[in-house]
Design a protein around this ligand. Structure first.
Ligand code: AMP
Length: 215
């Protein structure tokens, strides 16, 4: 049975962490537009160069660029049993493009998992977030500390994302409220939104709520 999921929610709500847990549970790939764009930048592609300025200032990359990468990714073989969209769609325009691309391949979304967390908790989470560029592990310096502030369990160095400084985090939250939050209503009307309290509790507890939805 195929399972097509969207993980919605502000930056820092735990979309990536919960998507990784869901990948293990459902054996479907995680399609993170943020990760794809960061990879494009690292590889120095034309897309990566176009996206860089938007990402560094906490703004959204234009819809046509992001829609293009998802369109190309979603038709690959490993998505034939489903996928988890992590960080896409982020605007009503992207949601409309997604509906069109899914109709073309005769697919539909099953659940929109909406992780709700208040802004001050998000600022605290993001500014203390560290990740491993080798294995992808994500830590919080206080609540889920790595073996040492700059070393991952796998032994490699940890990095702080450039857009996780407080000024950029606050503009990413503003962008979320003005451009992405309208998607809550959009998917509520379609009967697809599953609201999950993502704040004040640990990742495993949040994941048990997600498992109840997935059945
Ligand atoms: P994320 O890792 O999901 O927090 O994304 C990091 C940055 O990548 C965002 O602040 C945006 O600049 C860009 N980005 C990721 N996904 C999208 C999207 N669906 N639409 C526009 N920009 C995106």
């Amino acid at each position: 049975m195929s399972m097509n999921l969207i993980f919605l929610g502000p930056p820092g709500a735990g979309k990536g962490t919960q998507a990784k847990k869901t990948v293990e549970q459902c054996s479907v790939p995680q399609l993170s537009t943020g990760d794809m764009l960061r990879a494009a930048r690292k590889d120095g592609t034309a897309l990566g160069k176009k996206a860089a300025g938007y990402m560094d200032s906490g703004k959204l990359v234009p819809d046509d660029l992001v829609v293009g990468i998802v369109k190309e990714r979603i038709v690959r073989d490993d998505c034939s049993n489903g996928f988890i969209l992590d960080g896409f769609p982020r605007t009503l325009g992207q949601a409309a493009s997604l509906d069109r691309m899914l109709a073309e391949i005769d697919q539909k979304i099953d659940h929109v998992v909406d992780l709700v967390v208040d802004d001050e908790e998000l600022v605290g989470r993001l500014t203390a977030r560290r990740s491993c560029s080798a294995c992808g592990n994500i830590y919080h310096l206080q609540f889920n500390p790595p073996p040492s502030p700059d070393t991952c369990e796998c032994g490699k160095g940890l990095v702080q994302r450039e857009d996780d400084n407080e000024t950029t985090v606050r503009s990413r939250l503003e962008v979320y409220h003005s451009q992405t939050a309208p998607l809550q209503d959009h998917y509520e009307k379609q009967g697809l939104r599953r609201k999950i309290d993502g704040g004040g509790r640990g990742p495993d507890e949040v994941f048990s709520s997600i498992k109840e939805i997935l059945g």
